[in-house]
Design a protein around this ligand. Sequence first.
Ligand code: GTP
Ligand code: MG
Length: 196
Amino acid sequence: MIVKTAEFIISNTEVSKCPNDGLPEFAFIGRSNVGKSSLINMLTGKKNLAKTSGTPGKTQLINHFLINEKWYLVDLPGYGYAKSARSNRSKWEKFIAEFLSKRQTLQNTFVLLDARLEPQKIDLEFMSWCGERQLPFSMVFTKIDKLSSSALQKNLARYKKEMLKYWEEMPPVFTTSSESAFGKESLLQYIDKINV
Ligand code: GTP
Ligand code: MG
């Protein structure tokens, strides 16, 4: 799939104010700083479309980007940001939970995982949460330019082992780098395939 146009539409914390034109949505979620916004920029080929930062907690709102005038990429705030106040965290949980469970137009959630880390409790819990609600998701490993391919294979195998303790089969798995654009075609193709 070729991304011809990508435009920012709206940011907000209220699910009721998200676009209601019925177009399909694909959400990006994961820990703060895992590379959600960078991945959206990489996929669209627009460096400054979504705001990125070396400091965790950059994205605080639900951001809708319209692609090819036909579907949305949705950039979500990260979870597990240690500096967030507890009250902020529960606010996060509330509006993200609402977004993920109520949007009928949400086709898939991409759960981003730092390829350098062994399986993290917070990510496994989040994927279980999706599973309990029967929300379709895929695993997207980020920043693969930052480790050797053998280290990557090792972490992928660890994740698989951990996931298969709870799941009968693996969800789709992607490996990506926003630096080198590795994984761009596979992800866009996958979106194209499941896009209705
Ligand atoms: P929040 O909005 O705070 O939740 O973070 P985020 O998940 O949107 O992360 P963001 O895209 O802002 O990236 C965080 C940092 O990681 C930035 O310094 C990026 O440049 C860096 N980064 C993201 N993706 C990659 C990647 O694939 N490779 C490398 N080397 N760095 C990356
Ligand atoms: Mg972000």
